[in-house]
Design a protein around this ligand. Structure first.
Ligand SMILES: Nc1ncnc2c1ncn2[C@@H]1O[C@H](COP(=O)(O)OP(=O)(O)OP(=O)(O)O)[C@@H](O)[C@H]1O
Length: 309
């Protein structure tokens, strides 16, 4: 598939601090990619470099085979950033009309009003007086003003209620069906899983994982096999634990509330090992586990940072 954007060995430092660390990836046309990660992971910095708003310290960023600063490129992209800033005093329709003039083939004002879901009264309101949710809808319509091929959304649903979130993702899915390429940042795994066909998981300025939501979720969640076992005869508990812990992908093997619980990346290999080692297991159950400890830790570190700032 044709790539329409890419980073090659991109690093960004602020003073002595590395925000993005030697990152490379390509974005194929028509894909919906989530840049997922906790606060401070480098998501905004990546998006800003792709938009040509910040310069990489090292490496290259290309959109449509050119620099993001190229005017031809700017005409083909749209962005919704975290804060929608509007010029004081302008009405919604005036802001929209102004942004349209930057593009050779813009959407009509009424198409933009439809995208934002604004009534004629809302179109005549002063933009600075809009509520947070309305401002976000305006931001979305402004991102669409030039009918772009490639769209960037930085944390698009922060502060939206669940109805507005759903509406936003429905619009995004409709755009993807029309062949638009979309890249958005989020720190919600669930959102990335629901809305994207690919997740780039960022942590501390690096790509910690890159794959489909299914792949990423199965990497981040542990699965478990639990069973009852009559041990002590031919098989001692300690031998069984050693055997199961030697199976590739097994993370833990412990007794919990009378059942043995084996946590692993893949339950099939655990089941195979139970039969291979002739473990006297009965009432075997498999389950989809919780989010992996490493990911939880990453998010809780994020929570600590948030609590401090
Ligand atoms: N202009 C700046 N000057 C100095 N440091 C910065 C600047 N912008 C970002 N940083 C630092 O770079 C790191 C990455 O920040 P960035 O905003 O890209 O992360 P993020 O994943 O988008 O986080 P958030 O979800 O909070 O937006 C952080 O440690 C941040 O403090």
């Amino acid at each position: 598939m044709e790539n329409i954007a890419g980073l090659k060995r991109v690093t960004k430092t602020y003073g002595g601090k590395t925000a993005v660390d030697d990152v490379s990836f390509d974005i194929p046309r028509g894909s919906v990619t989530a840049v997922l990660g906790p606060n401070g992971a480098g998501k905004t910095t990546v998006l800003s470099m792709m938009l040509g708003l910040r310069e990489p310290s090292r490496g290259t960023v290309e959109l449509f085979g050119r620099s993001p600063k190229d005017v031809q490129v700017k005409r083909r992209i749209g962005a919704m950033l975290q804060e929608v800033s509007v010029i004081d005093g302008l009405k919604v329709r005036e802001v929209m009309a102004m942004i349209r003039t930057y593009y050779p083939e813009p959407l009509s004002l009424s198409e933009m009003a439809d995208i934002a879901g604004f009534s004629p009264e809302e179109m005549n309101q002063r933009a600075s007086k809009l509520s947070g949710g309305q401002k976000r809808r305006l931001g979305f319509a402004l991102a669409m003003a030039g009918n772009p091929d490639l769209l960037f959304f930085d944390e698009p649903t922060v502060g939206l209620d669940s109805t507005s979130r759903r509406a936003f993702w429905q619009q995004t899915q409709a755009l993807a069906r029309k062949g638009k390429t979309i890249l958005f940042s989020t720190h919600y795994l669930q959102e990335a899983e629901d809305a994207a066909d690919r997740i780039l998981l960022f942590n501390k300025g690096k790509i910690a994982a890159d794959g489909t939501p299914g792949e990423i979720v199965s990497r981040l969640t542990s699965r478990s096999v639990s069973f009852l076992a009559d041990l002590g005869g031919n098989v001692a508990a300690s031998d069984m634990v050693i055997q199961l812990l030697s199976v590739p992908g097994v993370k833990e093997c412990k007794e919990q509330d009378g059942r043995w619980v084996v946590t692993a990346e893949n339950t099939d290999t655990v089941l195979a090992a139970i039969f291979r080692y002739e473990i006297p297991a009965r009432d075997i159950r498999t389950g989809q586990g919780r989010l992996d400890d490493a990911f939880e830790l990453m998010l809780s570190e994020d929570g600590n940072e948030e609590a401090v700032s």
